[in-house]
Design a protein around this ligand. Structure first.
Ligand code: ZN
Length: 99
């Protein structure tokens, strides 16, 4: 699969499909926050792409959260969410972000 990823000075990132190709926009501030947060954010957007392929939506529903959890687990991360976004992030059991 071909995914275009851009890093931009935007308030929020997103994942979109256009003409059969997926595009992810990552906000610069997520990269500046920490490497762990950046990985979380990329997993979040990749979960949107996977969820769109499998379930045909970009929603933050239970299917999306299950996919996001699998990607995060691959990096040794867990998330406690407030709605769709992280309240607490851990990396190998250590808290790396808390809202
Ligand atoms: Zn999202």
């Amino acid at each position: 699969m071909d995914i275009g990823i851009k890093i931009k000075k935007v308030k929020r990132g997103n994942a979109r499909i256009r003409k059969g190709k997926y595009y992810i926009t990552m906000p610069q501030w997520a990269m500046d926050r920490s490497e762990a947060y950046w990985i979380y954010y990329l997993c979040h957007e990749l979960a949107h792409v996977t969820c769109h392929q499998l379930c045909h939506h970009f929603d933050h529903n239970d299917e999306f959260k299950m996919i996001e959890d699998v990607y995060l687990e691959d990096f040794g991360m867990t998330v406690v969410r407030c709605k769709a976004y992280p309240k607490t992030l851990t990396l190998f059991g250590k808290v790396v972000y808390r809202k």
